[in-house]
Write a protein that binds this ligand. Structure first.
Ligand code: CA
Length: 478
């Protein structure tokens, strides 16, 4: 049972003179989002090789959601959905290029950050919350297509990214232009470009972001805050200090399970644009090097999270601060010989989601949940009204009763194609009418597309009907 925040804080106020606890009576939010992080890379989500001690620690004191799905498996639209509380069809952002149009599309409807500002909170963005082009906007140190009204203050972290000093290697086949005077069009936004950074290499953006978050926690501890910390790893380029690679000798990395002819039953529209074949990653040794570098980047990101969580504890703020950790979308690490994002398959559509809230007991929750559920959840946890435009569902009942469920399906959009994920099925429908259907109980790795098997025709029809009903409901109201 969740203890009411007001009760907790009344206690902390009595003791604040002695223990230096916060002097306000509101619930704070520390929202941390990683970039291109698949849930399956985290130790607390079952990965046996990648080390994430700090996120594991957060999971041990929070509720870890095992079936959370992004609204769109690419940065701009997923982040716009999360922050607006609206599906991509309703907020108008269905591509990275459209990310700058969010403010105009929303009109008077407040974003998550704006809603907290309007309720008297100090809100801050540190690094990437809305879309930023990585690495271009990071090497340039610029805002990207931000939503200005969401923030009291904004801080960008300018980092060296692919220019970081150290041993470097290009593992995929993009044509790269190493031009230190330019930020865009150089090819580093998709390339598996790896840098094992020298100990004295210039400071990484995520380390700067953690520094800034710590500084802001100290400066704003005495007022209600909504602090949004965006970490850019493990988005490529895969840059981490050399010491982080030592845990991941490439030759020991376990490749994703595979099956001969796995892609044969995937319709053309469902084949990722970023396959092993297309990107020159067919050699198992090269794949293992990608895993080694991705895991090093994940562990480096995890270390930055740990520094911020430590500070939250040291300042006595954990007792009245909700901590959320998530990612903008998932990521393929070689499943079906797919890499990266923009796929409706499980590893790309599913996201990690951990919510640690005062008085909430640690738990695992298997309810289907969506990114847009975070807006009403955080509003409720802070005692704020949920704006009527929000299309998501509050997850606060799940925090108290993690065995319950709030939805019978999660929905993800990707380039005109749709995923309807139920507890039993993953149903994907493409613009050309092609379909994929996976039995997630019997085939969680999605090896066998059942869409054309006659005995599943009824399931296909039923899920198709449910998808159409869902689509009719999520269109904008005006
Ligand atoms: Ca297959």
């Amino acid at each position: 049972m969740r203890v009411r925040a007001t009760t907790l804080i009344a206690l902390s106020c009595v003791s604040c003179a002695t223990f230096g606890a916060p002097r306000h009576e509101r619930t704070n939010v520390l929202f941390i989002i990683a970039d291109d992080l698949t849930a399956s890379a985290l130790a607390c989500y079952g990965n046996e090789q990648c080390k994430t001690p700090n996120l594991d620690r957060l999971a041990r004191r929070g509720v870890r959601f095992t079936r959370a799905y992004c609204q769109y498996p690419v940065c701009g639209p997923s982040r716009a959905a999360l922050m607006s509380g609206l599906y991509p069809q309703a907020n108008g952002v269905q591509s990275n290029g459209g990310a700058g149009k969010l403010a105009e599309a929303l009109g008077e409807r407040p974003t998550l950050g704006q809603h907290f500002i309007e309720n008297g909170y100090y809100t801050a963005r540190v690094s990437k919350i809305y879309h930023m082009r990585v690495p271009g906007d990071i090497t340039a140190g610029v805002d990207g297509p931000d939503h200005v009204a969401s923030w009291t203050e904004r801080f960008n972290c300018k980092g060296p990214e692919w220019m970081t000093a150290g041993d470097f290697e290009a593992l995929s086949n993009e044509r790269l232009k190493r031009d230190p005077d330019k930020h865009y069009g150089l090819g580093f936004g998709t390339a598996f470009y790896v840098v094992r950074a020298s100990p004295d290499a210039a400071r990484q953006a995520d380390a700067q972001a953690a520094d800034k978050a710590i500084e802001l926690l100290r400066a704003h501890r005495d007022e209600p805050f909504f602090l949004a910390l965006g970490l850019v790893r493990p988005h490529v380029p895969l840059v981490a200090p050399e010491s982080y690679y030592r845990s991941y000798p490439a030759q020991q990395m376990k490749l994703a399970p595979s099956r001969e002819g796995d892609q044969d039953d995937i319709p053309e529209a469902g084949i990722s644009h970023y396959t092993s074949e297309r990107r020159g990653l067919e050699d198992p040794e090269t794949k293992r090097k990608v895993l080694s570098a991705y895991y090093a980047a994940v562990t480096f990101m995890d270390s930055q999270v740990g520094r911020v969580l430590d500070e939250l504890d040291a300042l006595g703020l954990a007792r009245n601060t909700v901590v959320v950790f998530s990612s903008d979308h998932g990521y393929h690490l070689g499943e079906h010989d797919f890499w990266q994002k923009l796929s409706l398959h499980e590893e790309s559509a599913r996201i990690p989601l951990i919510i640690a809230a005062p008085g909430v007991a640690p738990a695992e929750c298997a309810s289907l949940v969506e990114q847009i559920d975070l807006y009403p959840t955080l509003a409720e946890l802070a005692g704020l009204a949920v704006p009527p435009h929000c299309q998501g569902k509050s997850l606060t009942a799940l925090l108290d009763h993690p065995s319950r469920s709030v939805r019978d399906a999660a929905y993800t959009l990707c380039m005109g194609a749709h995923l309807l994920r139920t507890e039993h099925w993953a149903y994907m429908e493409y613009a050309d009418g092609e379909i994929e259907l996976y039995d997630m109980r019997a085939d969680p790795l999605q090896f066998t597309n059942l869409a054309r098997i006659p005995e599943h025709a009824g399931t296909v029809r039923e899920l198709g009907r449910r998808l159409q009903a869902k689509l009719a409901r999520l269109l904008p109201e005006s």
